[in-house]
Design a protein around this ligand. Structure first.
Ligand SMILES: [Zn+2]
Length: 68
């Protein structure tokens, strides 16, 4: 089962929910595909502590997102 959630706000790619797994990230109400979210994390990753914090927050966001 594949459900279109919306477009990545960065690259415009369609973001889907497949079998209950969300193929992207929602941040501050913005939808990003996994590629753009990873890219963003790399830019923020210059400071390892900040990088770890972002990873932790991203995990919470991903874990709390459930779709049908
Ligand atoms: Zn994208």
């Amino acid at each position: 089962m594949r459900e279109l959630i919306g477009e990545c706000q960065q690259c415009g790619k369609n973001v889907y929910c497949e079998n209950g797994f969300f193929d992207g990230v929602q941040e501050n109400g913005k939808l990003l595909c996994n590629e753009c979210a990873d890219e963003k994390n790399r830019h923020n990753g210059e400071n390892p502590e900040v990088h770890n914090l972002i990873d932790a927050i991203r995990g919470i966001i991903t874990a709390s997102f459930r779709c049908a």
